[in-house]
Design a protein around this ligand. Structure first.
Ligand SMILES: Cc1cc2nc3c(=O)[nH]c(=O)nc-3n(C[C@H](O)[C@H](O)[C@H](O)COP(=O)(O)OP(=O)(O)OC[C@H]3O[C@@H](n4cnc5c(N)ncnc54)[C@H](O)[C@@H]3O)c2cc1C
Length: 366
């Protein structure tokens, strides 16, 4: 099922496709452009076009456009492989999180540069022994002399080596039950005591990092929202992280190129194309339901599983279409070895199935 958008939305979509194609024209790899396509100049261009902070209030640099307008722009840009990574975390989830939980001062200070495409944010959630079980995190934030002092370590922190800010989740009450003792902080990455070590992944790229906080002092007003109230805030933030079009489109460009060369007279290939196209349309509808705010709380778990498992199926389809040549083609082999990441980043499929069982279906916890 395809939608016919109203004329002005269709015109916006076509404009975004044109901008995205031009931005990606010189790139040999267009996959995961929201993770690996890091380009500060293009980010500023997006800001100038009004394509960052699209739905945010004007007084904080936003443009008060509809969620659907943001959807068509981001879908078009990701589908073409336009380099979005420098602004993606801020635009997708930190801006909305600060609008929901930040103080007026934090909103006034941090949103305008995000909407202008001038800053990069990273997400400091996962730790060496706290990934799926985020509530077991051990990085401490201790209040001392009117400031917060941070001690601990994060891992898999995308963009930490280039980010201006990190949105950090840390333990503020070690005596409370794990979910009730965490708080959120804005960290400026040039603060003394921060050490960042990039981690090389299987593709040879190193967008994620290990980050050590050794007595990092944050001002009192670095706290976002309620002290010890992070868990509730995070549940909302993760909906932005899991339910969007980025979880469906990461390797769409690669798929379209492979589909064009696939042998459609081969029934196996034809069936696989039909299955992928069908699933793609179903998941896109699920994303649109998230975008317009009609998905039930927690449903982003379903959307992310469906989208990212389809992305993995696409990697297999592309490899099968290329045959043995897949091993010699850098773009295809890269896509195959990167594919496991889709169902890990942002919460693993196993964990999200737990969310579906417990939160959406009300099944008993084990
Ligand atoms: C490309 C990429 C980018 C990332 N970027 C960031 C980032 O920017 N910021 C950030 O904070 N993190 C980031 N992460 C980390 C990511 O969120 C974690 O890797 C993920 O949540 C899983 O945690 P873990 O790696 O510690 O695995 P573990 O939690 O150790 O899980 C290992 C395995 O056990 C399974 N498992 C664990 N617990 C359960 C359970 N209760 N029930 C069933 N199965 C279970 C998991 O599904 C998984 O298969 C990134 C990861 C990747 C791959």
């Amino acid at each position: 099922m395809d939608f016919a958008w109203p004329d002005e939305i269709e015109a916006l979509r076509c404009e975004a496709l044109e901008v995205g194609r031009a931005a990606a024209a010189s790139l040999s790899i267009r996959e995961e452009s929201w993770v690996r396509g890091f380009d500060r100049d293009f980010s500023r261009q997006l800001g100038e076009r009004g394509w960052l902070g699209m739905t945010w209030p004007r007084e904080v640099g936003g443009h008060e456009r509809t969620a659907l307008e943001r959807f068509v722009v981001t879908e078009a840009l990701i589908s073409t492989g336009a380099p979005l990574a420098a602004t993606w975390v801020g635009d997708r989830q930190i801006g909305p999180t600060l609008l929901a939980n930040g103080s007026p001062e934090q909103i006034a200070r941090y949103l305008p540069p995000m909407a202008a495409g001038e800053v990069t944010w990273s997400l400091g959630m996962s730790e060496p022994d706290a990934g799926s079980d985020l509530a077991s995190l051990r990085t401490r934030a201790v209040e001392r002399d009117g400031a917060w002092v941070i001690e601990g370590q994060k891992v898999w922190t995308s963009f930490a080596a280039v980010a201006d800010h990190c949105y950090l989740v840390a333990r503020t009450d070690p005596d409370a039950p794990p979910h009730a003792g965490m708080s959120e902080f804005i960290v400026h990455m040039d603060a003394p005591g921060i050490t960042v070590a990039p981690i090389r992944d299987i593709t040879g790229e190193s967008h994620f990092c290990e980050v050590v906080f050794d007595g990092v002092v944050l001002p009192r007003d670095a706290l976002v929202g309620k002290e010890n109230g992070s868990w509730q805030q995070l549940m909302r933030q993760l909906e932005h992280e899991r339910g969007g079009i980025d979880r469906l489109m990461s390797n769409r460009a690669l798929y379209e190129d492979a589909r064009a060369t696939a042998d459609r007279s081969n029934p196996t290939a034809a069936q696989e194309i039909a299955a992928i196209e069908t699933m793609y349309r179903i998941v896109r509808l699920a994303v649109i339901r998230e975008v317009i705010g009609q998905a039930p709380p927690g449903f982003s778990a379903v959307t992310k599983i469906l989208g990212t498992e389809l992305e993995q199926r696409i990697a297999q389809f592309v490899a099968a279409t290329a045959g043995p040549a897949a091993m010699l083609d850098g773009r295809v082999s890269r896509a195959v070895v990167y594919a496991p990441a889709y169902t890990i980043q942002g919460g693993t499929s196993a964990i999200l199935r737990n969310v579906i069982g417990e939160r959406l279906l009300g099944l008993p916890r084990r």
